[in-house]
Design a protein around this ligand. Structure first.
Ligand code: PSU
Ligand code: MN
Length: 328
């Protein structure tokens, strides 16, 4: 392939993306306005609402995360699937309705085509939200924790599709690390293999969701939103596909005692084994068990960390927009 072919190939991909986006995506008024004006947008997932947190904490958290993003000068785009369309941006009433809907499908990459074809209502995981964000031209996505290699994954092959998505889809993902219900060491190894830059935000350590330090280092430390934006920009300039993972530790005063977390995890994993839980049910099962076993303290921590991620994600979205304006 000659060098001159590169721009036209890129152009083709871009027009394909636009055509897909026009037929499949529906924007809320707020997000449509933001796209027109060039206001920074932050994507948000909905599996945390339908499968990650109980009602009504799920709805109040979704709202507070949106409010934090708006206060920081960006626009939130909470993403779900309904009536064969990917909805980018939801009203409060739509979020409430999703939280009340029964049998919502937890949609990751492999579920998207089936859900869109069937017209069923689905929430989006990290992987599916990244796909939607990319189609919508949104560069930053905020979540709580990413999926990863499950403990015993070398035997069960239970590795979240989130990791493969980070390898392929160009979105900056802000998280609080990965929960210690996972095998964090192997999760980081897979991310390295897939070429995903893992950036500890103002820390050299990779955080473990409820706690600030997983015991494993992050590949790099970054100290400002502008630094994250420059790294994402350099990655895309090189034509390297895939995400950038920003790992923002839970605020110090919201951290849970490590011994309590470890005890609850051991028990949750035993319960999952006894109940024979497999496939996409594993993560929601473990999250619910953790909440019971910590008597709700894990939920409080979950709310605090995602709010903190929202503030950081909005700042990164603003920095990324500034960078594109100054050097398009
Ligand atoms: N980790 C959390 N909370 C969550 C999830 C993960 O701490 O709510 C959700 C996210 O939507 C993530 C999904 O993308 O679970 C991963 O599921 P699986 O392991 O089946 O890929
Ligand atoms: Mn899995």
């Amino acid at each position: 392939m000659g060098r001159e072919d590169v721009p036209s190939a890129a152009c083709e991909t871009e027009s394909l993306r636009r055509a897909t986006a026009e037929t499949v995506l529906v924007y809320s008024d707020e997000v449509a306005q933001a796209k027109l004006k060039g206001t920074p947008i932050v994507a948000l997932e909905t599996t945390i609402i339908t499968h990650g947190m109980p009602y009504p904490a799920n709805v109040s958290t979704a709202r507070s995360v949106e409010r934090i993003i708006r206060e920081a000068g960006a626009v939130p785009a909470t993403i779900c699937i309904r009536e064969s369309r990917i909805h980018v941006g939801m009203t409060d009433a739509e979020i409430e309705a999703l939280a009340q809907t029964e049998n919502v499908v937890k949609a990751s990459r492999r579920d998207l085509p089936v859900v869109l074809a069937s017209g069923r209502t689905a929430s989006t995981t990290v992987a599916a939200t990244m796909i939607a964000a990319r189609l919508a031209g949104i560069h930053v996505f905020v979540t709580g924790g990413i999926g990863g290699v499950h403990r015993g994954g070398e035997r069960t092959m239970d590795i979240s599709a989130d990791l493969q998505e980070l390898a392929e889809t160009d979105v900056i993902v802000v998280c609080a690390g990965a929960k210690a219900i996972l095998d964090i060491g192997r999760t980081l190894e897979v991310l390295e293999t897939y070429g995903v830059p893992v950036l500890g935000y103002q820390t050299q350590q990779f955080p473990a969701f409820y706690t600030r330090d997983s015991g494993y280092p992050a590949a790099y430390r970054v100290d400002s939103p502008a630094e994250v934006a420059r790294i994402a920009r350099a990655k895309s300039t090189l034509g390297l596909r895939g995400g950038v993972l920003v790992a923002n530790p839970i605020p110090p005063n919201a951290e849970l005692p490590k011994a309590d977390v470890d005890r609850a995890i051991e028990r949750a994993l035993q319960l999952a084994e006894t109940d024979g839980v497999v496939g996409k049910d594993v993560t929601p099962y473990l999250l619910a068990a953790m909440e019971r076993l910590t008597e709700g303290r894990s939920l409080e921590a979950n709310v605090r960390l995602i709010e903190s991620n929202a503030a950081l994600g909005a700042a990164i979205a603003c920095a990324y927009a500034d960078l594109r304006r100054s050097a398009p």
